[in-house]
Design a protein around this ligand. Sequence first.
Ligand code: SAM
Length: 250
Amino acid sequence: MADRHFDELATRFAEKIYGGAKGAIRLAVLQADLAEALPERPLRVLDIGAGLGHMALWLAERGHQVTLAEPAAPMLEGARQRFTEAGRAATFIEAPWQELLGRLDEPYDLVLCHAVLEWLAEPQAILPVLHQLTARDGWLSLAFYNRDALIYRNLLKGHFRKLRKQRFAGEGQSLTPQQPLDPRELEAAMAASWNIEARSGVRVFHDYMPQEFQHKAEPLDLVEMELAYRRHPAFAGLGRYLHWLCRPRE
Ligand SMILES: C[S@@+](CC[C@H](N)C(=O)[O-])C[C@H]1O[C@@H](n2cnc3c(N)ncnc32)[C@H](O)[C@@H]1O
């Protein structure tokens, strides 16, 4: 298995996701979590696997100095266009995470790694690099595809054979991630080097709603309710993605 750099097909798919409620909820949760935790001063930000640059642009518009690293040329081009249209400047690096330590020489106040781990051949291998790239008093904003949510969806759909075989990963050109992450395994792997200071679920109920109710609901109401319940102890762990805001341990 290799890391899945996004090609033309995946780029179009990602554009589509951000056009609907799913993308709106994702951005709203990530932005609310960051807005709550970050200081007012301008930060140096590195977005690893930045994709089409939605979060990077939001941060640039708030006065932060952002660098986008992304190995897939069509994704990075999409991000560049988005910045040009918004009249914002950024640094764009066409590279996978494996090349970043060799190309960057100073740690960043804020490192974003959103929806990337699940596309990697070895998701945990990136962790020490994230640590080196994050300033000692900085933040890591980590969002990943939650294996628990996938299990729960399969339970709800009665896909028991899949569950017995523990077959959750997407294969080949599938746009289901190849490595959904077990949050407890990930937390154990991070325990020595990181404090996880805030945790939210991204889409804790939207994706489980029957379609007729999904379509009937107002997008603004969906976002409001997802924000309200993103940390509810019974629902947060059901988020399709989990968002953890982490700080390096001393
Ligand atoms: C689902 S997209 C997420 C994009 C963006 N972070 C977001 O949240 O919208 C996953 C991204 O990870 C990138 N990716 C895959 N392998 C990578 C690697 N080895 N290093 C950095 N990024 C990688 C893909 O090209 C793709 O753009």
